[in-house]
Design a binder for this molecule. Structure first.
Ligand code: COA
Length: 168
């Protein structure tokens, strides 16, 4: 199997059940206590910037994007990102991140943030943020809070509270 065997599509409601299954399989019940999930619970994700990968019609990977403010910066929180175990290490996760980043930039996002492993995300354009500069609704490892920034925004300059854009 190679990347060319898969199709990458903008998410719609018909993908919801498969995405739920993929995320359950990847993260288990503990996923709901993560700080990123607390932010995602504050409002809907943006389907126009969320994507799935399909293999012969079956949804096998997903990335979602949620509109947030990081302090005064209007951006997006990337995640969950998950690939079915049967399809790991084929480049699908990286491709979904690339597609989501490009779509966010085109839509005017100033920064895409996530809590994740720097070795995976750094080659995709994510940089570390300043430890302690940002808060989320719950604890997280500040060394894993990463950002891919657009225009003249810089990861190290981000500061303030991360929350859904719908939450006033
Ligand atoms: C992490 C995940 C999304 C990667 O997707 P994928 O399609 O399998 O990954 P890709 O094919 O794009 O990339 C594979 C490469 O990333 C590496 N990699 C995978 N997970 C990694 C991690 N957590 N940290 C560092 N490198 C990682 C692999 O070793 C591989 O390296 P190689 O190219 O040198 O062989 C997938 O493994 C997954 O769904 N994991 C469970 C859920 C999860 O942890 N999501 C991320 C939350 S931050």
């Amino acid at each position: 199997m190679s990347l060319h065997d898969f199709v990458f599509l903008t998410e719609d409601a018909s993908h919801d059940a498969a995405i739920r299954h993929i995320n359950e399989e990847a993260f288990g019940p503990g996923r709901f206590v993560r700080s990123s999930e607390r932010v995602r619970e504050q409002g809907p994700h943006d389907r126009r910037l969320s994507f799935i990968a399909a293999d012969r019609g079956e949804t096998i990977a997903s990335v979602r994007m949620t509109p947030i403010f990081a302090g005064k910066t209007a951006g997006h929180l990337l995640g969950p990102l998950a690939v079915r175990p049967s399809h790991k290490n084929l480049g699908i996760g990286r491709e979904l991140v690339r597609i989501a980043l490009a779509a966010a930039e085109k839509a005017g996002s100033q920064a895409v943030l996530l809590v994740g492993d720097p070795p995976y995300y750094a080659p995709l354009g994510f940089a570390r943020t300043r430890p302690g500069a940002m808060t989320m609704p719950g604890p997280f490892d500040p060394h894993r809070l990463l950002a891919a920034c657009f225009g003249d925004v810089h990861a190290m300059a981000l500061e303030g509270e991360i929350h859904h854009r719908d939450r006033t």
